[in-house]
Each structure stands twice: as structure tokens, then as C-alpha cells.
Ligand binder design. Structure first.
Ligand SMILES: [Fe+2]
Length: 245
């Protein structure tokens, strides 16, 4: 009966409590995220309505699909910042980092070591969404030896992992910080990811929340999510480190 009202409901600023988003793809045209400055502006304005005040942008670095280069990304990020200012967007862009896929090219990346980091210390890494990879713990060990802290992006999205997987436990023992996608809590990536997301929260294994915003479809999904009582409760119940960034 009230469906038409629900569709037009204004987004609630439920992410004010986090303050900072630290995972999204809003540098235009460098990966599978935003396709134009206009789209980035629309997404960022929505994020402001949802309560976000600050953000890092984290394009994919994944060879050969997204063969991004740190210097080029930095330049594009600065140009986006300028465009946002010209359009009166007041979101504070704190920095640009990368979402680095641990893949065959990662060993080379380690040697050249030009990681774009969050807060000058965190390297955001992701794994294959389909297949478990051997040797991830060794990569994490090497990153720690080099003095980086490691954040694993969306652990709930890997179907071969759950809170009972020995490898996940091992990553936690190694000190890897976990970043959950907020949209997983609303079922955006399916029931399995949703269940794993709540299991991870209950286990106390989640340090950061990220939007992983790619485009306006994600922005609309986040607006819907802002009316979700379970999500609101989770934001109040658990402590996240987003506000430290
Ligand atoms: Fe991402």
C-alpha cells in the first residue's frame, strides 16, 4: 500500500557515525567504476546525503584487466578534485589509494613497491572472487615486513571463505584488518555474502566498512539500505575504524 512512498523516501544519513568512506571506484574511466565526472558527482552527492563527510577513492589495480599506474591515477584524482570544487561539491577528498588484487603480478608490484595507501599506511588488497589462491599468507607476511598494514576488502564476498575457514582465522591472527561492504548487509551480492557479512560482524572480525561504490546503481541501493533497521542497528552496535581516517 505504501510502496510508492517507500520508493521516494529520502536517504537517511545513517553513515554519519562512520564519517569516512575508504573504498569506492569514483575516479572516472580507470576501472569498472564511474564512467564520467558527472556520474562521480552524482554518487558523491548521494554519499553526502547518507552522512559521509570524507572519502578515499580506491581504483582497481589488477593486471591485465585494469593495468593502472600510480602516477596516472594520482593525476586523474587531482583533476576530479578540481571538477568537484568547480561544481560546489563539499565532500572532503582525503586521498587516493588502490584496491590491489593479489594475483600473478603482485610479486612484481612488491619489488617496485609504489603502493597508493590509505592514511599513508594501509594497503587495501582483494582476492579472486571465484577461486582460492595459494600463498596469500606469504604475501601478507611480506607486506607486513615492508612496514605496511593490510586491509582485506570484502571478505564476505569470497564464496570459498567463511568465519570457520582456517585461512580466514589465520589472516586474522596475522593482523589483517577486514573491510566489509555495507551493501552486503542488505543482500546486494546475494544471500551467501549477506550471511557471511553478519557472521563476520558477530565474530568481531570487521574493522572497516566501505561502500565499494561503482556507479549510480550502487548509490540507489545505498539509499534503500539507509532505511534498513538491521543495518542501522549494526552501525550502532559495532565499533569501526572509519572515523580514525
Ligand atoms: Fe572495490
Amino acid at each position: 500500500m505504501f510502496d510508492f512512498l517507500k520508493k521516494n523516501k529520502k536517504p537517511e544519513p545513517i553513515f554519519e557515525i562512520l564519517g569516512t568512506d575508504m573504498h569506492n571506484h569514483l575516479v572516472p574511466c580507470v576501472d569498472d567504476g564511474s564512467r564520467s565526472a558527472e556520474e562521480s558527482i552524482e554518487c558523491i552527492r548521494t554519499m553526502q546525503q547518507l552522512g559521509y563527510k570524507r572519502m578515499y577513492i580506491t581504483p582497481h589495480f589488477q593486471f591485465p584487466r585494469f593495468p593502472n599506474d600510480e602516477d596516472d591515477i594520482r593525476q586523474r584524482y587531482e583533476s576530479l578534485k578540481k571538477t568537484l570544487a568547480e561544481n560546489g561539491v563539499t565532500m572532503e577528498l582525503v586521498g587516493v589509494a588502490g584496491e590491489y588484487r593479489i594475483d600473478d603480478s603482485f610479486a612484481h608490484r612488491m619489488e617496485t613497491s609504489r603502493f597508493l595507501k590509505i592514511d599513508d599506511k594501509y594497503v587495501l588488497v582483494e582476492l579472486s572472487l571465484h577461486q582460492q589462491r595459494m600463498g596469500v599468507e606469504e604475501v601478507i607476511f611480506d607486506l607486513h615486513v615492508k612496514g605496511y598494514e593490510v586491509i582485506l576488502a570484502h571478505p564476505e564476498r569470497y564464496p570459498y571463505f567463511n568465519v570457520h575457514s582456517p585461512m580466514m582465522e589465520h589472516l586474522k591472527e596475522q593482523g589483517v584488518l577486514f573491510q566489509l561492504n555495507v551493501l552486503s548487509l542488505g543482500g546486494f551480492y546475494g544471500e551467501g555474502a549477506q550471511r557471511r557479512a553478519f557472521d563476520l560482524l558477530n565474530a568481531g572480525w570487521v574493522e572497516f566498512l566501505g561502500t565499494d561504490m561503482h556507479n549510480t546503481m550502487y548509490a540507489h541501493a545505498l539509499c534503500d539500505l539507509s532505511h534498513n533497521r538491521k543495518v542501522r542497528k549494526a552501525l550502532e552496535k559495532y565499533q569501526f575504524m572509519n572515523s580514525t581516517l
